[in-house]
Design a binder for this molecule. Sequence first.
Ligand code: F6R
Length: 278
Amino acid sequence: MNVVIRPDDASVTEAAYALVRDRLANRHCRVFGLPTGQTPRKLYSAMVAGYRRGELDFDTVQTFNLDEYLGLDAGHPGSFRHFMEVNLFAHVNIRSENIHFLDGLPEDIQAECHRYEWLIRECGGIDLQILGIGADGHIGFNEPTSSLASRTRDKTLTPRTILDNRGAFANEEEVPRWALTMGVGTILEAREILLLATGGSKAEAVAAMVEGPVTAMCTASVLQMHPRVTVILDEAAAARLQCDEYYRWMNENDPHLAAYLDARRQRYGRHTQPGNAS
Ligand code: F6R
C-alpha cells in the first residue's frame, strides 16, 4: 500500500487529480470504477476543470459506479446516478452508453447484480477503481461483517452510514435502508485502486485499514491484499496512523528511488520498476 499524506483537502485533490490525469492519458486504462459521497466531490470538480483546460478526454472511457440505493429511481435527487450527473458526467465528454450503474429499482435484484458483474467482465475489468471509506471502514457499501469474497449484491446499511449519508435527503428517515453494491471481491479485481480520505472522522477507519488486521469488521482492510493501492490522506485522516513517519519518509524518498532506477536502466538497459509501494 502506498500511503501518501498531504497537508489538507486541497492538496489531496491535487495529488488524486495528478494520478487520474496520468492514468487517463494511458490508452490502456479505459475502465474506471467510481464512488459518490463528499470525499470525491472536489476530485470530480478538478476533473471537470481539467477537461475544460483540454487535459482530459473521456471519449473512450467507461465508468462503473460502486453502488446505488435500492428503491430510488435514477432521477431522484438523492440517487448516486443523480450525484454523478451533477458532479461529473454532465460536464465532460463521456458517452452516455459508457456510463454504467446498478439499477436502484430492479425487477429482479439477483439478475441485476449478475448483469453488473457480467458487464464489468465484458468491458475487460476495471483498470482504476477510485474509493472513499466509511467511518466504519466500509468500501462501496460493504458494511462490517461483509464477506471479504462478496460479489455485487444487496446490502443493509448500518444506522451510522444512514446518518452519515443524510445530507442528500430531507431527513434521516428518507435515507434508504438498503443498497446494491459491488462486493469486496469485485472491488479487489480492479487492476489498480486509489482510495481518498479526508477529515478526522475517518482517522480511526484509516488506521484500521492501513495498519490493522485484515478483517471483515473493516472491509477496507482487505486492500492490504491488493498489489497496487494508493491511499491519499490529509493530516486529519492520517492522525491515528502509527507509521506515519515512515510513509512521509517513503514519499520523500520515492523520487530519489525513481531517479536511481532510471540511472540503472540507462546504464544496464533493464526495465526496473520501483517495487516498494505495496
Ligand atoms: C459511495 C461509497 C461509500 C463512500 C463512503 C464515504 O459510493 O461507495 O463507500 O465512499 O461512505 O463517503 P463520504 O465520502 O461521503 O464520506
